[in-house]
Write a protein that binds this ligand. Structure first.
Ligand code: UDP
Length: 241
């Protein structure tokens, strides 16, 4: 087997990867698909961490618009939602024999570890998949930013952003079939073109830390592993042309 292209990988999974398309909550089949894809990567000789979102459960901005919950409280709820998702991913991975640890940016000591960088690195050295929960630990941010932050802190070689389409397009390829697919984009192009695939703060942080971002299709079986092995799949942002 050829050496993988990336040795330390940070995977960002949106909450929607944990539910049925267009629905909310946590779906067993979606979880199992996700865990099997992660296992394929974990079986390579790589260190793997995962940041999970919570769009399937709660988004701070939306709940504040729709209810009397204050926006800041909504963000706290969103961060707690990522902990719920992280626990679901953890147990599903472990049911497949993949050892894991969950580390949360918000202390919930009875349930999981707190984020401690050196401890996270030690888990990675021991071959555990480390699942980072609670985003950045601060309201008004997103889990994309949490992913870019953790990727920078642990010195990841790449940030993989899982989506339900093949990569980055000029427009939504589902509603506009003539949208252009981009194989490669610079960080500046993603920001200037206002491409909504990943938030601007996250792109800027990855630019500073010189971490390439690969946007790929999680629904393609084996796709994530193929990206880590170095096959040309998805859209690469930053990095080598
Ligand atoms: N959130 C937050 N701070 C963070 C990360 C997330 O306050 O550092 C909250 C925010 O309200 C967000 C919600 O958690 O809407 C869920 O995260 P996100 O929208 O990034 O989830 P995804 O879209 O990836 O499923």
């Amino acid at each position: 087997m050829a050496d993988p292209k990336y040795r330390r990988v940070l995977l960002k999974i949106s909450g929607e990867a944990l539910c049925k398309p267009g629905e909310q909550g946590i779906d067993g089949d979606a979880l199992e698909h996700l865990a099997r894809e992660i296992k394929l990567v974990a079986e390579l000789d790589v260190q793997l961490c995962v940041v999970v979102g919570a769009g399937n459960l709660v988004r701070g901005g939306s709940i504040a618009r729709e209810t009397h919950v204050e926006e800041v409280t909504g963000h706290y709820m969103g961060m707690l939602g990522t902990v719920i998702n992280a626990l679901a991913v953890q147990d599903t991975l472990e049911s497949l024999g993949v050892p894991t640890r969950v580390q949360s940016a918000v202390a919930i000591d009875r349930v999981c570890e707190r984020f401690i960088r050196r401890r996270a690195l030690r888990h990675l050295e021991k071959g555990r998949v480390v699942i980072f929960a609670a985003g950045t630990g601060n309201p008004y941010f997103t889990t994309d930013s949490g992913a870019a932050l953790r990727a920078s802190e642990i010195g990841a070689d790449v940030l993989l952003k899982a989506t339900k389409v093949d990569g980055v397009y000029s427009d939504d390829p589902v509603s506009n079939p003539s949208a252009t697919f981009y194989e490669h984009l610079s960080y500046a192009e993603v920001i200037e073109k206002r491409l909504k695939v990943i938030d601007v703060t996250a792109v800027d942080l990855c630019r500073n830390s010189k971490i390439p971002i690969v946007v790929f299709n999680l629904n393609k079986p084996g796709g994530m592993r193929a990206v880590v092995e170095g096959r040309k799949l998805g859209t690469i942002i930053g990095g080598q042309q």
